[in-house]
Design a binder for this molecule. Structure first.
Ligand code: TRP
Ligand code: SF4
Length: 400
């Protein structure tokens, strides 16, 4: 019933690096070719853990959008915006909070995990407990049906689905819904209304998913139904009520294979990153001084790529031929580690060169990026407002 729409957000955490590129941004760039996409800076989410350092938010937010643009996210294809500039997210967060059982939030696994991990912070706050619910509002307010996230965020999408079902269940039953749905069925004509009823029964009584799918496509081919009737019939097909909000699906992003300079996962907190807009000299230096097989002390000692972080980079960047050259050269001590790092340096520089190039115009003229964001925020506000009207009316708040 709702069109395909992708939404994802990122907390503004400072310069993005190769880990973000390979883990997230490359995927966004692909998705924007296929779907309507909305990507936003989750600055309120950043405040849930960094409420004591608000001064970094603005710079990080703008820099992050420049990194997205550098990576190839295209503002003519995707809507780029900032969460806090679309206040309706907060309104929906508030309304959802009324019907969210505390236990659901307490049971989200990231809640206790993060509290235990980030011991230097006091995270026993109301805002932090509500983190997943704010995320639900981010998603549901656009009726986004596909949310690309990593494994760590999957519980938040699952939570969002539950909130969505609860909302639709509580507020989807308007008075007279059933009568209106029955009247709409009659408008399908006798053959199709019979088919609709059959499919609905098969789905509701026997849980046959294919009947649901068939029912949906039947409705999708009906040109003469009004939007209201169509929506009603979709809701009636699946359950008793109108689908006000759309249940999102997780588009699980494969874990990034991008290792850091020391072989651990690339992450700012391990200080092992290469930033997307890092200067080439600094990149050369970082790779040249990367640790290698610790057993390879002298140039004449044979090495073992399996225990070497540089080899991990070859696996990502090098073709078969180069990989064979490394395997043979390293284990026979025919090549030195600096020789081995040469092709990696070239490949990383070649990957980042167009990004620095694209970022340059925004660095030189910050008004450009501000305009892209302002434009995206305006579009996002309109889309959010469309859903909010339905939500307010479902909750009985559309009076004046
Ligand atoms: N919590 C997400 C993260 O830390 C960021 C986020 C906020 C998000 N709202 C979202 C992701 C909505 C997807 C959809 O990565
Ligand atoms: Fe690592 Fe390459 Fe040196 Fe072997 S030659 S230890 S793979 S850097």
């Amino acid at each position: 019933m709702f069109a395909d729409r992708v939404l994802s957000g990122m907390r503004p955490t400072g310069n993005l690096h190769l880990g973000h590129y390979h883990g997230v941004l490359k995927n966004w760039v692909e998705l924007q070719q296929k779907y309507e996409c909305l990507f936003f800076v989750a600055d309120w989410h950043a405040l849930t853990t960094h409420y004591d350092s608000p001064e970094i938010i603005e710079k990080n937010a703008i820099d992050m959008v420049i990194d997205w643009l550098a990576a190839g996210v295209d503002p003519s294809k995707a809507v780029l915006f900032i969460q806090s500039k679309v206040p309706a997210h907060a309104e929906l967060f508030l309304l959802l909070s009324m019907m969210t059982p505390l236990g659901w939030l307490e049971r989200v696994p990231t809640y206790k995990d993060q509290q235990e991990k980030l011991t230097e912070k006091d995270l026993s706050t109301y805002g932090f407990l509500g983190y997943p619910l704010l995320q639900s509002a981010d998603i549901l307010i656009y009726r986004a049906n596909r949310v690309p996230v990593g494994e760590d965020q999957a519980p938040h999408i699952e939570f969002t689905r539950e909130i969505c079902r609860r909302f639709n269940h509580l507020y989807g039953k308007q008075s007279g819904f059933e009568e209106k749905a029955e009247a709409a069925i009659k408008k399908l004509g006798s053959k199709k209304s019979k088919l609709y009823r059959e499919l609905r029964n098969r789905y509701q009584e026997q849980g046959i998913e294919s009947a649901l799918e068939e029912g949906k496509s039947l409705l999708n081919t009906q040109q003469n139904l009004s939007m209201g009737d169509k929506e009603r019939l979709f809701g009636y097909l699946e359950g008793g009520g109108k689908m006000i909000l759309c249940e999102p699906e997780t588009l699980l992003t494969k874990a990034s294979r991008m290792p850091g300079l020391d072989g651990q996962k690339m992450s700012k907190s391990y200080n092992n990153t290469i930033s997307l807009r890092e200067d080439p000299e600094s990149i050369r230096k970082k790779i040249r001084t990367m640790p290698t097989d610790p057993a390879r002390v002298r140039r004449s000692d044979p090495g073992n790529p399996a225990v070497c972080p540089v080899w991990q980079f070859h696996l990502i960047y090098s073709n078969d031929e180069t990989c064979k050259w490394v395997q043979h050269g390293c284990t026979s001590a025919e090549i030195g580690c600096l020789d081995c790092k040469g092709p990696v340096i070239e490949k990383v520089l070649a990957e980042l060169e167009p990004m620095r190039e694209r970022a340059r115009i925004y660095e030189e003229d910050p008004v450009l990026v501000r305009n892209i964001i302002a434009d995206g925020c305006e579009k996002a506000n309109q889309l959010a407002e469309d859903t909010m009207r339905d939500i307010r009316s479902a909750i009985g708040l559309n009076y004046s």
